[in-house]
Design a protein around this ligand. Sequence first.
Ligand SMILES: Nc1ncnc2c1ncn2[C@@H]1O[C@H](COP(=O)(O)OP(=O)(O)OP(=O)(O)O)[C@@H](O)[C@H]1O
Length: 470
Amino acid sequence: MEKDAEGFYAPAPAAPEASSSTPPPPPAAELTTAKTEVTEATTDLIKSTFDVSVTLADQQANPTSPLHSVKTFEELGLHQDLLKGIYDMGFSKPSKIQERALPLLLANPPQNMIGQSQSGTGKTAAFVLTMLSRVDFSLNKPQAICLAPSRELARQIMSVVVAMGKFTPVQTEYAIKDNLPRGTTNVTAHIIVGTPGTMTDLIRRKVIDVSEVKVFVLDEADNMLDQDGLGEQTLRVKNMLPRSHPVQIILFSATFPDNVRNFANKFAPNANKIELKRNELSVTNIRQFYMDCKSEEHKYDVLVSLYHLLVIGQSIIFCQHRHTADRISQRMTAEGHKVASLHGAKDAQERDTIIDRFREGKEKVLITTNVIARGIDILQVNMVVNYDLPLLNERDHGNRNDVRPDIETYIHRIGRTGRFGRKGISVNFVHDKRTWSQMEQIEQATGKHIVRIQTTDLDTMEEQMKKALK
Ligand SMILES: Nc1ncnc2c1ncn2[C@@H]1O[C@H](COP(=O)(O)OP(=O)(O)OP(=O)(O)O)[C@@H](O)[C@H]1O
């Protein structure tokens, strides 16, 4: 059975329905909005009434920024067709991680890579360009496999493969639930992107022949290797890869906690490593706030009172449990607010529709769980609300009062805003001693101050938020 990013086991897949392997169109369209440095980047930052003073060009010129680079894409050794794809997406200069990782990733003989860089700094392009660079397009067999923790992220990665590979003859296929047309017996695509359970299943049933695979990528690698999460299934995929030739293993994430770093070193032996220090983990362009709520019920009232701020750009509200996401979205909808909810208990087709509508801006507020805490890249999201703080698995702790915050998930959640140098804000709801202490632990672990905003003073709150987004 397939465990998903929320840590639940998904129900056994229903009979696969015929559906297309087309990645969601919106991300590609969104990507094209990044355009050239000064002018269009400015208009692309935050589509809101707020003034935006920092441009992408400013940040790429700043040596301390994770977006800074001294090289051009031409100098990174990429094929002409891929350069065309990159420029077609509106990228003009590599980010720091792209500049540092790409020469190592593309060198021959291929070497493994463990790469860490803050959320929203362009890791996807680094591994997608590597996959595209290593494929022999004259051979109609899978040659690169990429795993991600959720179908939403797999679909987004695919949209980047398709956009960057636009000027190549690349063929792609998904290994996500309910996606392969019924009766498919042999996948001939060059690049396969999917989730570990479905990928294992398709390889085991020999629908995907891995004999020619030469690149194996794990996005959100710490999550994919975590033994409490997806680790077991990911290892299963690795163990099915050929031993007759070397397979380049590429692990990327914004976080690599110590407990998985050791396993990562074994999983990708002798890897080149690009690492961040603990205090560099989260980007500085996300301003963090908290609101002191009186009770669980008061959290709901505060969220409702924030609604007009949530819809200035787009917002993601994170809850710990699926039923909370459903309950608050049903309540808000009944009270006349327009919100959508997304979690792992919804069926595949519905999940695709919900995230695509959100990407297209048809919904402005998305209430969700950890299922989309990682990787999801929607530039217009300028606010993240932690309705519930992320917690480490409660079952691991006898005493409920001693449940520790999940620092990595926190960093990934707030990283859904502030993409590629844009401004963003995050707001944590705390409502008792326990949640207060959890937030303090987050503050300590990340080394970033979280500023209080009064729940009663909506005008000040609006002012503070406008200031933060400027
Ligand atoms: N060189 C570039 N120039 C302009 N925009 C870029 C460049 N590289 C990436 N981007 C854009 O930056 C955004 C964030 O990139 P990406 O999703 O790859 O981040 P990430 O590092 O994988 O983040 P996360 O850790 O959250 O998964 C995307 O919208 C992407 O199109």
